[in-house]
Write a protein that binds this ligand. Structure first.
Ligand code: PMP
Length: 418
């Protein structure tokens, strides 16, 4: 029995799939305590879009710590926060002609989602939410109430209420016109639908199985919200900060959500940090109405600022992400085509990519086989039927080729043994 089995709770999960003790990480590579190298296509579940310990972020962080720059600051004004807000305004909001106020909730994705839901209720004076099938928004009660997965919901131990699920894009395999049911129950005074405060949506469902919503679907949703006076919350915790190419995953659709949640890769260094972006007219919070001890993680502000300057002063990262994503899609499509005995489907957007296995248990087997060959990736989807990669956007072309080769071999090994 090792120290983890002896002391750490049974709730631990990723460590069960990857029974190594990791020690050092750089870019898209990890090494365990025995010096074995792994290629990381898991990317901290989307928290490491610029890879592990990116030098352009590490240097200012070390300098900041060395000069005793303030680390913990609640929501006090600090120079590090001023620098981040300035960079975020100048590098992200202004060039996109976006006008949002920035709220710092607690530092996790679910903190941002809880805050967004509370704010939407306060703005609208209504309590009910619309969420989507196979959505994932976090593990606290409000976020779980708008999350699809029954296992995760079951962990709540109490009824999860105040949310009504609607079919996500392609839920009926294209057989039903978009928003048929949603529009019908909204318009029908006999439908029993509670008047919704807001809709919360992911543009690509990451945990739900790499399900990309079409641009037309997102535009249709924004239009529906507008016509019915429903607030639109885009949860960009996993797909934001460049994962699909542009900084915000909804840019391609040209929509302007009322509220946006951001976390994971915003610090760029794996340091906890989250944002809620609020259209100025909706910033109706009273001072201190939503609070939290860790809203001022200043080292995270320092690395986040450095990341905005390093990666978002031009469109190089965005273009490369789209190019690399297409390369992965081609490789996955080839793997699917070459596999005749089991149906595989390749899908995704940008560098959020996956392969769905018609026999769900095969996806986990492929991930386990890939791990034996030195590659980290995880499964997602309601039956863990999707093999999912969120490789750092900075993964080199050689590393990408290496990982894709391991994936192709692992699929072959598993299918031939199935
Ligand atoms: N929203 C989305 C879309 C997510 O993917 C996640 C995490 N996978 C969360 C919210 C929750 O983030 P956290 O785990 O930091 O609470």
């Amino acid at each position: 029995m090792n120290i983890f089995q002896e002391v750490e709770s049974e709730v631990r999960s990723y460590s069960r799939n990857w029974p190594a003790v990791f020690d050092v990480a750089r870019g898209s590579e990890l090494w365990d305590v025995d010096g074995r190298r792994y290629l990381d296509f898991f990317g901290g579940a989307g928290a490491l879009n610029y890879g592990h310990n990116p030098p352009a972020l590490k240097r200012p962080l070390l300098e900041y710590l060395e000069r005793d720059g303030i680390t913990h600051g609640l929501d006090m004004h600090t120079q590090a926060k001023a620098d981040f807000l300035t960079a975020f305004r100048d590098r992200i909001l202004k060039p996109r002609d976006m006008d949002y106020k920035v709220q710092f909730p607690g530092p996790t994705g679910t903190n941002a989602v809880e805050s967004a839901l509370k704010l939407a209720r306060k703005i609208s004076g209504k309590e009910s939410m619309i969420n989507f099938t196979n959505a994932f928004h976090g593990m606290t009660l409000g976020s779980l109430s708008v999350t699809g997965n029954s296992m995760k919901r079951g962990g709540a131990g109490i009824p999860l209420v105040h949310a009504t699920p609607m079919p996500y894009d392609n839920y009926f395999d294209g057989k039903v016109p978009d928003f048929l049911w949603f529009e019908k129950v909204l318009d029908d005074t006999g439908s029993s639908l509670n008047d919704p405060a807001a809709v919360i949506v992911e543009t690509v469902q990451g945990e739900g199985g790499i399900n990309p919503a079409r641009v037309e679907w997102l535009q249709g949703l924004a239009d529906l919200c507008q016509r019915h006076g429903i607030l639109l919350i885009v949860d960009d915790v996993q797909m934001g900060v460049g994962r699909t190419g542009p900084f915000f995953s909804f840019e391609e659709a040209g929509i302007r959500p009322d509220i946006v949640t951001i976390s994971k890769s915003i610090s760029g260094y794996g340091l906890p940090m989250a944002l809620v972006l609020i259209k100025p007219e909706h910033d109706v919070w009273s001072p201190g109405e939503h609070n939290g001890t860790f809203r001022g993680n200043n080292p995270a502000f320092v690395t986040a600022t450095a990341a905005l300057h390093e990666y978002w002063s031009d469109d190089t990262l965005e273009r490369n992400t789209i190019r690399k994503g297409e390369k992965v899609q081609e490789a996955f499509t080839r793997i699917a085509k070459d596999t005749t005995s089991v149906e595989l489907t390749a899908r995704g957007r940008g560098l959020a990519r996956g392969i769905e296995f018609a026999q769900p248990e095969l996806a986990a087997k492929v991930c386990a086989t890939a791990f034996e060959r030195g590659l980290l990736m995880e499964t997602s989807g309601p039956s863990s039927e999707v093999m999912k990669i969120l490789a750092p956007l900075t993964t080199t072309d050689d590393e990408l080729d290496e990982g894709l080769e391991i994936i192709a071999e692992s699929v072959k090994t598993v299918i031939n043994g199935a």
